[in-house]
Design a protein around this ligand. Structure first.
Ligand code: SF4
Length: 290
């Protein structure tokens, strides 16, 4: 029997990344290039294509030389946007609508006097931006260890999530938080801001992982959603994460009869197709067909 290779759906760009790329590509074509504050998407191949259109990545606002800058789908804090505008720089936002939802939720919670807790990676630009929208003291974390330093707990605690987190892990975090807050007369608000695309992508990838003996997760090294996807399916079946087809090692495929492939939200369809073709080549080198 030949090796069965199956691609999970959805794979390839999510709606937010597709939208961000459309905006930056259009602006770059109209203006012969534009500066981007950080990578618009965390994918080296896509970024190289944008650079070929005249786009240039700047890592700090201080490095912006032109009169306009594109901000990423992860969004930025209102303070940063204001600072850029004060300097007379046109801000071309590609903030994903799902990220905007998390930002406005954080702002509303803070306005109502809640301590804003963002379930997410503190160093990730999206999480920094969401905290910025809360506009005051807030906490970004992936564990409930912070509770020990908050005794007594603030009466009002509001929680949102980084859009790309794993729902089951967010749920565990919330349960711990609720049980800590339960006897302390707390007012607890939860806004589930995990993005629909990510939820569906993770669910389909996890389903596929139960049917295969190897999963390949395709995506850029910097991509948070690809990292979360890999962590999720690795609990179900052996998993490798690759940025491109060239990284696939034949040794991974020995004895595997069913292989699943899924791409992160910032992975172009072309990278997935290359991985699928490479897998077919490598498995037929074993004397098997894809
Ligand atoms: S993963 Fe979700 S939140 Fe992030 S850019 Fe894509 S659609 Fe938006």
């Amino acid at each position: 029997m030949g090796v069965k290779i199956e691609k999970a759906a959805p794979s390839g760009f999510c709606s937010g990344v597709g939208r961000a790329l459309e905006i930056v590509t259009r602006v770059a074509r109209e203006r012969g290039g534009v500066e981007m504050l950080g990578a618009v998407v965390h994918n080296a191949r896509v970024m190289a294509e944008l650079e070929a259109l005249g786009c240039r990545v700047v890592t700090s606002p201080a490095d912006i030389r032109g009169g306009a800058v594109v901000t990423s789908a992860h969004g930025v804090s209102p303070e940063l946007e204001d600072e850029l505008k004060r300097r007379g720089i046109e801000v071309i936002s590609t903030t994903c609508p799902f990220v905007r939802r998390a930002q406005t939720a954080a702002r509303e919670l803070a306005r109502k006097g809640f301590l804003v807790v963002v379930y997410g990676e503190a160093a990730h630009p999206e999480v920094k931006g969401i905290l910025g929208w809360a506009g005051g003291p807030g906490i970004a974390t992936l564990d409930t260890g912070f509770l020990a330093s908050l005794q007594p707990l603030p009466r009002r605690i509001g929680v949102v999530s980084q859009t790309t987190q794993v729902p089951a892990q967010f749920q565990r975090f919330i349960k711990k938080l609720v049980s800590a807050a339960f006897t302390q007369n707390s007012d607890f608000r939860l806004l589930d801001t995990i993005c629909h695309d990510i939820r569906e992508r993770q669910a389909q990838a996890a389903r596929l992982a139960t049917r295969v003996d190897l999963m390949l997760i395709v995506g850029g090294r910097e991509s948070a959603n690809t990292r979360h996807l890999a962590r999720l399916v690795a609990r179900i079946t052996p998993t490798h994460r690759v940025a491109s087809a060239g990284e696939i090692s034949q040794s991974w495929l020995a004895g595997k009869q069913r292989i699943g492939v899924v791409g992160g939200a910032s992975t172009p369809e072309s990278a997935l197709e290359e991985v699928l073709s490479r897998l077919k080549e490598l498995t037929s080198d074993h004397g098997q067909s894809g």
